[in-house]
Design a protein around this ligand. Sequence first.
Ligand code: SF4
Ligand code: SF4
Length: 430
Amino acid sequence: MTQTHFTILDAPSDADLARCVHCGLCLNQCPTYRITGLETESPRGRLFLIRGFAEGTQQINAQFAEHIGLCLGCRNCETVCPSGVRFGHLLEAARGEMIAQKKIGRIERAARWIIFKQIFPHPARLNALAALIALYQRMGLQKILRASGALKLFGRIGALEALLPSRRVTTFRFRTSRVSEMEHGKQGALFTGCIMRAAFGDIHDATVNVLEQNDWRITAPTQQVCCGALHLHAGEREWAKELARQNIDAFARSKQNENSNDAPIIVNAAGCGAVLKEYGELLRNDPVYAQRAHEFSARVLDVSEALAQTPLANMRAQKLRVTYQEPCHLAHGQQIKKQPREILNQVPGIDFVEMTASDRCCGSAGIYNVLHPEIANVLIDEKMANIAATGAEVVVTGNIGCLLQLEYGKSRSGWTGRVMHLVELLDAAE
Ligand code: SF4
Ligand code: SF4
């Protein structure tokens, strides 16, 4: 097949489309196949549709949109595939094609424009939104509404509220004085992101504290923006590329800007890290940015990769039983599995227990839990049962989407432990 019906600039190659040998090894690793038992909700079934579209035997119609839309994008199928099928890339291309062919309605188009173009790329607007959520929490409205059960009356809006953090929302303010106070250390630049920066400043603070304790000298370029992961997963490829270019410029080497250099770019959100590591792929046809995008991606490290480079310093004992929920975009998107476990095992006093299927999606997957609660709730309930079975007092993870979904799962289950980001636990142990 050399003639493809894909119209997007970066259509999948023939080789990528032909890799699947239909062996079926991925089926039982796929959450949507396990729940529905349907071939059309499996990686193999979805690949059949995508290849059919490329060859001209399949239209992009409601059925295509349903099966491609129900995929979590968790990439668990990639980890087990013996043929090296790059499912995540094919899925993003299929969703990109749906957008390019304007296969979505006017209302959804408008909603996407507001969320993806008018909110996420603009730090000040995100700050305003975070301030409103903080006010809603401080006034006690969140507690009252949740306790009363009234949210059930508001349908999707109520479901969306249930996913707001119950932890206090704080906006990250990087103190440049910290850098000048440090005389030595390995240089690293923190990727602050969009929601993480606007609403989870405490996790960024913990990240900087832990890295500095471990001899990293951290800066945070001020011109950086959202990584574009939500845009890309939703098929908005051109908007994702705009953000990628802005980030490449923000982290570029510049003598004028001491926050910019060629130091590792350290990320504490697995979903962002997976996309940042793939900017080279995303911008491969860009005549100006292709090479720079590859160089940028080569600099990206998950915070667990950065911390695993040397033994952890100055750990205080923590008498805790801890288990670990693997973010899909860390375990399957970046193939990072051993570093977070090695790090947890270095904290004195921690009794680390593996849970069953820790690398299975928790159902968060961007805004999947709002769009497809029927699947997402099965996944999170199963996850909470696996956590409870370990007897753990703390579940640790490395992605904000998973963290919020686990907190939501906690509210649906009888488990009474704590949900923490890896760096929060380490910060508490220093
Ligand atoms: S494991 Fe890979 S080759 Fe086998 S059916 Fe799944 S995607 Fe195709
Ligand atoms: S990305 Fe996840 S949900 Fe989608 S086909 Fe692969 S395993 Fe299934």
